[in-house]
Design a protein around this ligand. Structure first.
Ligand SMILES: Cc1cc2nc3c(=O)[nH]c(=O)nc-3n(C[C@H](O)[C@H](O)[C@H](O)COP(=O)(O)OP(=O)(O)OC[C@H]3O[C@@H](n4cnc5c(N)ncnc54)[C@H](O)[C@@H]3O)c2cc1C
Length: 747
């Protein structure tokens, strides 16, 4: 069957994927509680939030009553309480990473500033939630809980203050100028501390009732830095500061506060001990920040993912209706029926945006789910270590390292079919808390920065494509779907909670870990299997690209540049950061495939999906193929630059020139460069190697030791087979898919 006929007869996308599809792909089909919060968040997003944006509320820097009304809407819809445990007055049991990710996704579908407004309070609470003492947790979570019906109480809002005015804290989180000193310490009483902290760009500060502030010690009697809680009513200065004149996320409040207050030492987050007459905070500010950001950054990554997927419907509608109403576009004409969709390029660009949004969402939700698994294990791990008196990050790290082999063994057992593995050993390792913690932790340490980096950084670039497809309309306030604002907003998501450099730096360390690398090897094998069962997903190309990444990583860890300097080194960010970027392409494309396989497996059990499912699966498989091909292309480009780019080019002799020209036919080359043939034939390297084809022999010096890489590169190019056909099919599906008459926001 010819490909064209195939395209015509294949089932294709009928409608845009709805909740039933997303619940399966993002694995919350059995979580009714999450489905409910998605619905109530959506009504806030597409109602009050969308109305504020449409009314131009984003045009003011100040925190206005109009914007403040959103906080009430968050409280009333359950969004605020979604962060709390039932024991604290919340309504969702267990870890909250996935639920918060879904909330952020829904709000950001319309406006990520609104999402940030809601999440900033959680960010302020997060240090207390993750590392606070039980008393601190109960007290502040209780205060932050929205009032129950009939309760006359305003909930407290929190802010998180790490960043300081220049030249202090930004990317470098240890450059703290904020200080804590002992103000008063009476015998037998709790010390009173003086906290001085200036913040820069602190979200929620326009209304926060308390702040979790990072400060360094400026006193011999305080052993190290810490995070400390400052309340609005504390004696001293609690100046919210001037609003930041930001161009983005204007539905959230951001200011540069000045805090200079006295607080009891019990406000040190996580508590303290007294040792040799000194206050020793249980956690340094860095330890707390790490525990907080590794979770919240996933949510930020999902904000940009939501924007990308939210752009599809308005762009398709714009394209289809672009010429309707003109004399030449009468019903039945291509101009009327297809509009701009008659042009291949615009369709292909929508396919790219859609595939990016899917891949970003898939990885983001996977990371959120992983943290939901990790959270309880982390608590159990801490309890085990506390019992064994293994305290402090370094001691715990050393203890966990001893289990590395077990964790790797478990990954291998898990990858095998149940019938083929040693069941007893599998069970033993599966019930070992530390082993279970360890492999998930190793994975989370890669997935979290990957989500933040790729979704927001590359996502922001792709958002620009969406804006550009709307023409001039894209950069107006009236653009349906608020695409122009979303484009700008995406840049903030790439910046706050650590810009891309921070994520790349983290990845460059965590992606070299033995557990992660072994998992990656197993994923390559898994993608090969998928590639043979479901070639339409592009899994084969992805597996080859993954092999190439791993080969390059292993090569660069040993290799030196032309001057003998080590290549994989923390100071060589051009190497480590580029490899981190390449990895993100692979992780996102892989997870997208995994989610489509999940839909294929579970979709048929949902009767509401049954009819449109084959077409949807065909379409999503084509998107996977597009994404895998693109990932392969990016990885090939990055790896080739790294593998070859640090070698010096051999002298430009005739042999090299002939090789670079890529021809066997030296006589033909002679017509371009007179004299080349005779000197190339005279080249001793060629004759010694017995080769007449310079590219086969090398250019000898260029390819020496890199033959495997060259072979992989050729293979990877070949793996692009079919990718453009998949893109053509996906593009055609866009011309047929049914979309609602009008966007459902603002309503
Ligand atoms: C609207 C908004 C809201 C915010 N909300 C909060 C909040 O609630 N709480 C809070 O504490 N902070 C907040 N921030 C601050 C934000 O997290 C910081 O702006 C961000 O972490 C970057 O710090 P910086 O601006 O000082 O950039 P810098 O540290 O000056 O970095 C600038 C750039 O230099 C490069 N760079 C810097 N260091 C390195 C390095 N080591 N290696 C390679 N490249 C490097 C990177 O390209 C980086 O993007 C907010 C910021 C904004 C704009």
């Amino acid at each position: 069957m010819s490909t064209q006929t195939e395209t015509k007869t294949m089932e294709t996308l009928r409608t845009l994927p709805g909740d039933d599809v997303r619940q399966i792909m993002w694995r919350f089909a059995d979580r009714y509680d999450l489905q409910m919060i998605v619905q109530s968040t959506r009504s806030v997003a597409r109602g009050p939030v969308a109305r504020l944006v449409a009314e131009g509320a984003r045009n003011a820097h100040d925190w206005t009553p109009q914007k403040a009304s959103l906080l009430k809407a968050f409280d009333e819809s359950g969004i605020t309480a979604a962060f709390m445990d039932p024991a604290q007055g919340g309504f969702i049991e267990g870890p909250k990473n996935l639920v918060l990710a879904l909330v952020a996704f829904e709000l950001s579908w319309v406006d990520a500033g609104a999402a940030t407004s809601s999440l900033a309070s959680n960010l302020g609470l997060a240090p207390i939630h993750e590392r606070g003492t039980p008393e601190q947790r109960d007290y502040y979570m209780g205060k932050a809980l929205p009032p129950k019906p009939g309760e006359a109480r305003e909930p407290w809002r929190a802010a998180f203050a790490l960043t300081e005015p220049l030249p202090y804290v930004g990317v470098e989180t240890n450059l703290l100028n904020g200080k804590v000193r002992v103000a008063e310490w009476k015998e037998g009483q709790e010390p009173i501390l003086q906290v001085d902290k200036r913040g820069r760009f602190i979200t929620g500060m326009g209304f926060a009732n308390f702040v979790a502030a990072a400060v360094d010690t400026a006193d011999d009697r305080i052993k190290r830095s810490c995070m400390i809680i400052v309340e609005e009513g504390d004696p001293g200065v609690y100046d919210r500061g001037t609003p930041t004149k930001k161009l983005v996320h204007q539905l959230s409040s951001t200011t540069d506060p000045v805090l200079s207050v006295k607080v009891p030492a019990s406000r040190i987050i996580g508590g303290y001990t007294i040792k040799d007459g000194c206050i020793v905070p249980r956690y340094s500010h860095s330890e707390i920040i790490e525990a907080v950001f590794r979770r919240t950054r996933v949510t930020v990554g999902l904000m940009t993912a939501a924007k990308l997927l939210s752009a599809i419907e308005p762009v398709i509608r714009y394209q289809r209706s672009r010429f309707r109403g003109s004399e030449t576009a009468t019903p039945g004409t291509p101009r009327y029926d297809l509009g701009l969709q008659g042009k291949e390029d615009v369709l292909h660009r929508v396919v790219d945006i859609w595939a990016t949004g899917e891949a970003a969402s898939s990885l983001g939700f996977e990371a959120a789910r992983l943290f939901d698994e990790l959270d309880p294990l982390e608590k159990q791990k801490d309890a085990i270590f506390a019992e064994q008196k293994i305290e402090g990050g370094r001691a715990q790290f050393r203890a966990l390292q001893k289990l590395e082999k077990d964790a790797i063994e478990f990954l291998h057992l898990m990858a095998k079919p149940a019938a083929e593995r040693d069941a007893a050993r599998y069970e033993a390792l599966a019930s070992n808390t530390l082993v279970q913690f360890m492999w998930r932790d190793a994975l989370a340490n890669v997935l979290c920065p990957a989500v933040k980096l790729w979704n927001t950084g590359y996502g922001a670039n792709v958002m620009r494509e969406a804006v550009s497809l709307m023409g001039g309309y894209g950069i107006t306030e009236d653009c349906p779907g608020f695409l122009g604002q979303k484009w700008m907003d995406a840049q903030l998501e790439a910046t706050y909670e650590g810009p891309e450099a921070v994520q790349r730096r983290q990845l460059s360390v965590t992606m070299t870990g033995a557990v992660f690398q072994e998992q990656f090897r197993l994923w390559i094998a898994e993608m090969r299997r998928v590639g043979s069962d479901r070639p339409g997903t592009g899994a084969c190309a992805l597996a080859t690209a993954m092999q190439m990444w791993l080969w390059t990583m292993e090569h660069l860890e040993k290799a030196t540049d032309a001057d003998g300097a080590k290549l994989y080194h923390s100071n060589r960010q051009a190497v480590t950061f580029a490899l981190a970027d390449a990895l993100c392409w692979l992780l996102t494309a892989r997870q997208f495939i995994m989610d489509v396989l999940e839909l294929e497996a579970k979709g048929p059990t949902n009767p509401t999906l049954a009819e449109g499912l084959p077409g949807l699966l065909n379409f999503l498989s084509d998107l996977c193929h597009v994404q895998s091909a693109r990932a392969g292309g990016e990885v090939g480009r990055i790896c080739a630059e790294l593998v070859f780019g640090y070698n010096r080019h051999p002298a430009w002799d005739a042999q090299t020139t002939a090789a670079c020209y890529g021809t066997e036919d030296l006589d033909a080359l002679e017509t371009l460069i007179p004299g080349i043939a005779s000197s190339a034939r005279a080249c001793s390297d060629v004759t010694e190697a017995g080769q007449t084809h310079p590219t086969k022999a090398g250019p000898c010096a260029l390819y020496k030791g890199l033959e495997q890489f060259v072979a992989l590169r050729v293979k990877l190019d070949g793996c692009q087979t079919g990718a453009r056909l998949a893109k053509d099919r996906a593009a055609e599906a866009l011309t047929k898919v049914m979309i609602p008459e009008a966007l459902d926001y603002p309503v």
